[in-house]
Design a binder for this molecule. Structure first.
Ligand code: SAH
Ligand code: SF4
Ligand code: F3S
Length: 435
């Protein structure tokens, strides 16, 4: 086995997946190689997430499992990257004897150095956060494909009281517009068909006065045949200019992920979300006027400290009113070091579960209804591959981010845009025929 073969497992959000490609870019520049199988790798890195306790528990049990790898190959280097590295720092090395290096999101340039040191038997920790690091000059390592991610900013300054991200990823900073647009054009010429621009709060993107709408417009023009998506939008910073920009460019997708978190103003204030539910509805209404057919998804937390049944009902009410196309729904998980942690975790586990189930059931019903209403309509899908369930079908995605299944035809290839007519739908999937 080549001692410079690296295998990275990635957990958490899309930004972590994008960071893994950056890390591979950095390592490949220094002569390391990407291993496809963990068994072929001498260096095993876990790019981790801290957002909820269960995300961290997954890593703890993964590390238990990796003890076996280290026993079989004592020269193996095992490293923790990402948000958990930043949050737990040296505790990881002290508690987990098999961990050789712990490197946080702003110190990836030093990874080759840490790996060399680990070969010399030295444990390494790099967890300084930076106000300026955007890895702007690093070309991420990407396999050829259909979709690519680009991080356009790093960090978060919002400090929602429940969230670890401002502590694990540091202060907000934006990559240069020109270099992002150039990367989009280059990915388009390599055959990619879809780009997702990523940031914890893309609407506060700022490159010397150029805002996120300017960036989207520049990317739309740089790659006119590519679909451009983005995530995540914070309701506070979503501007009219951004909505008009999405409406103006055909290849900017009509889909907005706009996390609401709760329907209760009392809870929103305790979460430090900085908007009221009335303001949130105003944005949704405006977006629907400016971008006809726009779809929305959201994030919702059940059981935030002090949440009453009344507060919970207000969350269900918002869901009924907005009628989201989809939602990511979570039980509140207390994170040490955050403001909400000091509020206690006073909603009992059974109540949290009950509320979360009600939220999930309601969203399932709404998604089903929203999709039924699409039966008989036409849309254009981008073909992503064969359907997971059957070789006889192809799977694509609408501009509004819904999966659509159509019968296979030999002339239709991955990466084609196909006009379809929807003839059936479930809460998660549309089924159609070539129109
Ligand atoms: N920056 C994005 C979200 C990043 S985290 C935004 O602000 O929208 C993704 C989602 O995880 C959050 O929207 C929130 O719903 C959820 N989340 C974050 N911290 C959490 C916690 N402590 N417990 C439960 N869910 C949490
Ligand atoms: Fe966390 Fe709030 Fe920042 Fe999102 S906006 S990453 S929820 S602090
Ligand atoms: Fe998790 Fe860090 Fe992303 S905590 S959600 S990997 S920013």
């Amino acid at each position: 086995m080549n001692k410079n073969n690296v295998y990275i497992e990635t957990y958490g959000c899309q930004m972590n997946f994008a960071d893994t490609e950056l890390v591979m870019g950095i390592l490949k520049n220094k002569g390391f190689e990407v291993a496809k199988e963990i068994g072929d790798a001498n260096i095993i890195l876990l790019n981790t997430c801290s957002i909820r306790d269960n995300a961290e528990q997954k890593i703890h049990s993964r590390l238990e499992h990796l003890r076996g790898n280290k026993r079989r190959n004592p020269n193996a280097v095992i490293g923790i990257l990402g948000c958990m590295a930043e949050r737990l720092r040296k505790d990881l090395i002290e508690e987990k004897k098999i961990v050789d290096l712990v490197v946080g999101p702003d110190e990836y340039r030093r990874l080759p150095e840490f790996i060399d040191a680990a070969y010399g038997g030295e444990k390494g920790i790099g967890v300084k956060l930076s106000r300026t690091e955007t890895y702007d000059d690093i070309t991420p390592y990407r396999e050829d494909g259909l979709s690519a991610w680009i991080s356009v900013m790093r960090g978060c300054d919002k400090f929602c009281t429940f969230c670890v991200v401002p502590f694990t990823r540091g202060r907000e900073r934006s990559r240069a517009l020109e270099s992002i647009a150039a990367e989009v054009a280059q990915l388009s010429s390599r055959g990619f068909k879809e780009i997702t621009l990523l940031g914890q709060n893309v609407n506060s993107y700022n490159d010397n006065g150029k805002d996120f709408a300017d960036l989207l417009a520049a990317c739309a023009v740089a790659a006119p045949t590519m679909r451009i998506r983005f995530s995540t939008s914070h309701p506070q910073d979503l501007s009219d200019k951004l909505l008009y920009t999405i409406a103006e460019h055909d290849n900017l997708c009509n889909y907005i992920h706009l996390p609401v978190q709760s329907g209760s103003n009392v809870i929103l204030e305790k979460m430090n979300r900085t908007y009221t539910i009335e303001h949130y509805h105003t944005i949704i209404d405006k977006a629907r006027k400016i971008i006809p057919g726009v779809s929305f998804s959201t994030d919702i937390i059940a059981g935030f400290p002090t949440e009453t049944d009344e507060d919970h009902k207000m969350t269900l009410e918002v869901m009924r009113k907005v009628r989201y196309d989809g939602a990511y729904m979570f039980k509140y998980s207390p994170r040490e070091g955050t403001k909400a942690y000091d509020m206690g975790d006073d909603v009992p586990e059974e109540v949290k579960s009950k509320r979360l189930n009600e939220i999930i059931d309601l969203q399932q019903q709404i998604s089903w209804e929203v999709n039924q209403a699409l039966i008989g309509t036409e849309d254009t899908i981008l073909i992503e591959g064969t359907s997971k369930k059957s070789e006889d079908f192809l799977a694509g995605r609408t501009d509004t981010n819904k999966i659509c299944i159509i019968p296979r035809k030999d002339e239709i290839k991955i990466g084609d845009y196909v006009k379809v007519k929807i003839n059936r739908a479930t809460s998660a999937t549309l089924f159609g025929d070539v129109a």
